[in-house]
Write a protein that binds this ligand. Structure first.
Ligand code: PBG
Length: 334
């Protein structure tokens, strides 16, 4: 029998792990503030920062406060923010028509942020869930989320959001044909340079709960989203979705949720070499915060490890509610 020394005589993996400096030199991936997109929640009113109950440390901002927070994010080196509204219940209806109001909350926020921090990227979303009275991402007729009528509505919404100043339009509702329709609509309105970020592989996940409380759909959502979001057991289907979205003109692909779907990020990145983003969603944020609160894990280390793992999986950028926190930690470490 050989001794360990004989087995490892010319290959000991631990040599490169001996010192912090060697570990740094052989490190394959790193996170920097330029990889982060900060999703924020916005609400009506003035001077408001309301805590979100299920997302400790996350607040809903009124328009004025959102603009201040955007300035702070920009100063921390964060390239872009994504906005999600919590509008008054009485503005929500069956078709989510409030999304078409050029002076609606989301468009007000876009204008306020562009006015205060023009260099910061703004990504808006055309999904209807913050606007419908049943919390679904599309228009519901006789219990069915109708595809084509929804696509018509969100294409119009994309034009209105672009007019307000959004730089990238994202579509998180998983309707068929929406990327191509949004592209046509934007081009038709002269917005050829406005990008589309498609939520390409968005799964019917159990991890969205805290987000629904943040935008006020938790009480109203009837049924689940499994007739339009992807089955959580599927992987090949994500590549099929990606091929369609690229063909229809998507500029950026998104995988959502993030941590349970790192394999999907890697497959999409390897197959298409497209800009591929990941969304560390509300349930993932809440799990880390809850674990830290209970003393089960070290909060800061868990945050940074989780974000670096997205990079390792192949993500170019990460949507995360930890964005300002992570950017601060990175600043401190540098
Ligand atoms: C739906 C949408 C969801 C999220 C953002 N937009 C999922 C959903 O509620 O079904 C989730 C984000 C998160 O959980 O952080 N258009």
């Amino acid at each position: 029998m050989r001794t360990v020394d004989e087995i490892t005589s010319n290959r000991r993996m631990r040599r490169n792990r001996r010192f912090e400096w060697t570990r740094r030199l052989v490190r394959e991936n790193s996170l920097n503030s330029g990889d982060l997109v900060w999703p924020i929640f916005v609400t009506e009113g003035n001077g408001l920062r309301e805590p979100v109950r299920l997302l400790p440390g996350v607040e809903r901002f009124s328009v004025d406060e959102a603009a201040k927070a955007a300035r702070d994010a920009y100063d921390l080196g964060i390239p872009a923010i994504a906005t999600f509204p919590n509008i008054a219940q009485e503005k929500r209806n069956r078709t989510g028509s409030e999304i078409l109001d050029p002076d609606g909350l989301i468009n007000q926020v876009t204008r306020a942020i562009k006015d205060k921090v023009p260099e910061l990227g703004i990504i808006t979303d055309v999904a209807l869930d913050p606007f419908t009275s049943d919390g679904h991402d599309g228009i519901v007729r006789d219990g069915v989320i109708v595809n084509d009528e929804t696509v018509g509505q969100i294409s119009n919404a994309a034009i209105i959001q672009a007019e307000a100043g959004a730089d990238i339009i994202s579509c998180s509702e998983m309707m068929d044909g929406r990327v191509g329709a949004i592209r046509d609509a934007l081009n038709g309105a002269g917005f050829n340079d406005i990008g589309i970020m498609s939520y390409t592989a968005k799964y019917a996940s159990a991890f969205y709960g805290p987000y629904r409380e943040a935008i006020g759909t938790d009480q109203m959502l009837k049924g689940d989203k499994s007739t339009y979001f992807m089955d959580t057991a599927n992987s090949d289907e994500a590549l099929h979705e990606a091929a369609l979205d690229i063909n229809e003109g998507a500029d950026i692909l998104m995988v959502k949720p993030g941590m349970p779907y790192l394999d999907i990020i890697r497959r999409i990145k390897d197959e298409f070499s497209m800009p591929t983003f990941a969304y560390q969603i509300s349930g993932e944020y809440a799990m880390i915060m809850a674990g830290a609160e209970k003393g089960f894990l070290n909060e800061e280390r868990a945050i940074m490890e989780s974000l670096t793992c997205f990079k390792r999986a192949g993500a170019d950028a990460i949507f995360t509610y930890f964005a300002p926190r992570a950017a601060e930690i990175l600043q401190r470490q540098s």
